[in-house]
Structures are given as structure tokens and as C-alpha cells.
Design a protein around this ligand. Sequence first.
Ligand SMILES: Nc1ncnc2c1ncn2[C@@H]1O[C@H](COP(=O)(O)OP(=O)(O)OP(=O)(O)O)[C@@H](O)[C@H]1O
Length: 132
Amino acid sequence: MEETLVIIKPDGVRQKAVGEIIARFERRGFEIKAMKQTVLEEAVVMEHYAHLKEKPFFREVVYFMISGPVVCMILEAEHGIASVRQMVGATNPQEALPGTIRADYGFISGSNVIHASDCPEAAEIEIKRFFG
Ligand SMILES: Nc1ncnc2c1ncn2[C@@H]1O[C@H](COP(=O)(O)OP(=O)(O)OP(=O)(O)O)[C@@H](O)[C@H]1O
């Protein structure tokens, strides 16, 4: 079993897609190990997206992530990390495959509905970051 960290971003919460997104994970067999709705601290988001520090859209991403409540979840399943990433789809919703969460609910890269850990090392760090 593998745990992964998922964040439904402010645009996902604003368009009331939380229930439908959670239902997708439950149908796929994921267990919800923890879940909370919160408004993220700017410092936490800056740390989370530190790899984008030099990008021109860094400030935009940080402000977007603190622009409203998010829903953080720890999900668990066999091969959970890859499985969630597959369901989430490509970073740019315009390029995401039909049927993925970002294709179905997203608009542009800066408003792409959901984050999911991309490897076991990231999942471990992110679970600690968002759930202590
Ligand atoms: N070209 C872009 N313009 C605006 N925002 C972007 C762009 N590229 C990435 N982002 C934002 O930065 C976030 C992190 O980018 P990253 O390259 O780590 O992609 P990701 O791993 O698919 O996304 P996430 O870390 O949110 O799951 C993206 O989810 C998106 O919100």
C-alpha cells in the first residue's frame, strides 16, 4: 500500500467539484486516510513550490494557492502515487487526456484544480508538510 498527498486547489473548491473528485478516488478503490479543508499559509505554499522559484509565474501560483480554501487529503492504495497522477492528468488542462480530473475541471496551467505527489519521496515530505 502506498500513501499520497492530494490537494484540491482553490479553483476546484470554488466550482464545487470537491465531492465529484473525492467520488472518483473512492470508486477507484482509494482509502481516505486523512482529509481537511484549510486556507494554506503563504510560507507553506512557497516551500511546496520552491522548485518553481525562478519561473515567471511563481508569484501567480503562490497567490492562486492562498486565494481561497483548499482540501488536503492523504489517499492510500496499491501503487497509489502513479494511480492518482494518472487520474489527475497533465499539468496543462488543455493537454490533459479526456476523463482526467484536470481535463474535466481545469482551464489553464495556472488553474488546474488539483495537486498530487509525483514520487514516494515527495509524498513523504508533502504528507508531513500538510498534515504534520
Ligand atoms: N506555464 C505555467 N503557467 C502558469 N502556471 C503554471 C505553469 N506551469 C505550471 N504552473 C503551475 O505550477 C504548478 C506546479 O507545476 P509543476 O511543474 O510542479 O506541475 P505538476 O506537478 O503537474 O503540478 P502540481 O505540483 O500542482 O501537482 C502547476 O500545477 C500549475 O498550477
